[in-house]
Design a protein around this ligand. Structure first.
Ligand SMILES: C[S@@+](CC[C@H](N)C(=O)[O-])C[C@H]1O[C@@H](n2cnc3c(N)ncnc32)[C@H](O)[C@@H]1O
Length: 432
């Protein structure tokens, strides 16, 4: 592919995006950056080089850098993603919290979906709250969804979604909280777009917030006193230092005795002092007692609450899902890239397979077989650290599944079967 930017400039611009937005753009991501830059340059009648130079000397047209950043974001999400985490949050925290608040005569509940993308997570949290509070009409429930990308927030505010957002969502939830758009075509449609019911929409507000910025400001909403914060599938794109800083900052906006939830693949990024990790049916949440900010996790913790083994972070870089941005339909399935990787492996084309596996994880950071394949490949190439990292992530994800649950694209293996297999590969890798 023709290089749109000289290496030196690409490097400097990538640095700007890393420091302003947290994106780490590795080599693969540079092509996406160049593409986003070229698209933005065109809309200003600039050449690519001219816009690059303007960004570097600080004279870029207003909003251009933000527009490029927006193009580099990946908004992959769906309702009740990682349902086991919602169940864990409910069982380990929400039920108690609501009962305690009721006793105290406090009928408020504040939840924040930080990096909410197109809003599915924020609305899921509103639905969870309403289901957990039978007299929810008498409560003041406030859900805040924030994200960097205005185009995602627009979709979130509209609150209307296609089938792609409902992967695995039970019919009962759809019936309770969604309605069909009456203005749609009268022809029968097995997968109509569904709109979030108004009573749920009324609980949720969306606002733009760059988690990497120094000052967090949300108009008309106090950014404080959150009972629960979901900050999932965004920290993976930042370097460890930025992730840790963001988590501490989020913690400072949380109420005393609150609950923090990050995705299974981000557990290792949560500093031990931020909260105590508790597990429920394989899923983790962190219980935060802001009154004891620096309390260390002590030996007296129950075995079920011990922090999961800290594993090294992933280095999957953030790139634009350009295919997604370019097509109005549902985003491409990560399975497509995974199958392409298997095909490349069969042909012995390791670099191609590696690229396709990385692409699979760009689309879905929780795609277990892709982690296993990358772990195996790294092991074979003697890159022990990478191998351990990917296999440990696979194990962590498998640990959050029911033993008998089938794992997608694993040739019909159950979570338990695959877990046993990965454990033994990991033991061999560590020992070798
Ligand atoms: C993969 S989505 C995660 C959505 C949802 N939390 C989930 O887990 O399904 C990642 C989101 O992070 C947002 N994001 C990326 N960098 C950000 C930043 N610096 N500040 C706020 N949001 C950011 C992206 O715009 C994108 O919507």
């Amino acid at each position: 592919m023709k290089k749109l930017l000289p290496e030196g400039e690409a490097e400097q611009i990538a640095e700007i995006f890393a420091s302003r937005y947290g994106f780490r753009l590795a080599r693969g991501g540079r092509a996406d950056l160049a593409l986003a830059l070229a698209q933005e340059a065109k809309s200003h009648n600039f050449s690519c080089e001219a816009l690059a130079a303007a960004i570097l000397d600080g004279s870029a047209p207003p909003g251009a850098v933000e527009k490029i950043a927006e193009k580099l974001t990946i908004g992959e999400t769906y309702f009740f993603r990682h349902p086991e985490q919602f169940k864990a949050a409910e069982a380990l925290y929400l039920q108690n919290r609501i009962a305690r608040k009721r006793e105290m005569g406090d009928r408020t509940l504040r939840i924040w979906s930080a990096a909410c993308s197109t809003g599915e997570e924020a609305y899921s949290l509103a639905m969870l709250a309403v289901r957990s509070i039978p007299d929810s009409k008498d409560w003041k429930i406030e859900i805040l969804g924030t994200d960097l990308a205005p185009r995602f927030l627009e979709t979130a505010r509209e609150g209307e979604y296609g089938a792609w957002s409902f992967r695995g969502v039970p019919e009962e939830i759809k019936r309770a909280f969604f309605e069909e758009d009456a203005t749609q075509s009268l022809a029968p449609n097995p997968n109509p777009r569904l709109r979030v019911k108004q009573e749920i929409k009324d609980l949720v507000r969306f606002s733009r917030l760059n988690l990497k910025s120094h000052h967090w400001l949300v108009p008309n909403r106090p950014l404080s006193g959150f009972d629960m914060v979901f900050c999932r599938n965004v920290l993976i794109y930042f370097d460890r230092e930025a992730s840790v800083e963001i988590l501490w900052k989020i913690r400072s906006y949380m109420a005393k005795d609150s609950c923090l939830v990050v995705s299974p693949s981000e557990l290792a990024l949560v500093p031990i002092d931020v909260g105590k990790q508790f597990r429920h049916q394989g899923a983790s949440v962190f219980l935060v007692n802001s009154g004891h900010t620096h309390k260390k996790v002590g030996k007296s913790m129950p075995a079920s609450a011990t922090p999961a083994a800290r594993r090294p972070r992933r280095t999957v870089a953030k790139v634009e899902a350009k295919v997604q941005a370019a097509s109005p339909g549902p985003p491409p399935d990560p399975k497509f890239y995974y199958l392409a990787a298997l095909e490349a492996l069969e042909k012995g084309d390791d670099p191609q397979a590696h690229a396709a596996l990385i692409r699979t994880l760009y689309m879905d950071p929780d795609f277990i077989p892709a982690h296993i394949a990358l772990g195996n490949a790294a092991g074979q190439e003697g890159r022990k650290k990478d191998a351990v990292r990917h296999l440990s992530i696979a194990l962590e994800l498998l640990a959050s599944m029911e033993d008998s649950a089938p794992v997608q694209e694993s040739g019909g293996m159950s979570a338990k079967g695959l877990r046993d297999m990965v454990e033994s590969i990991l033991a061999m890798t560590r020992g070798g």
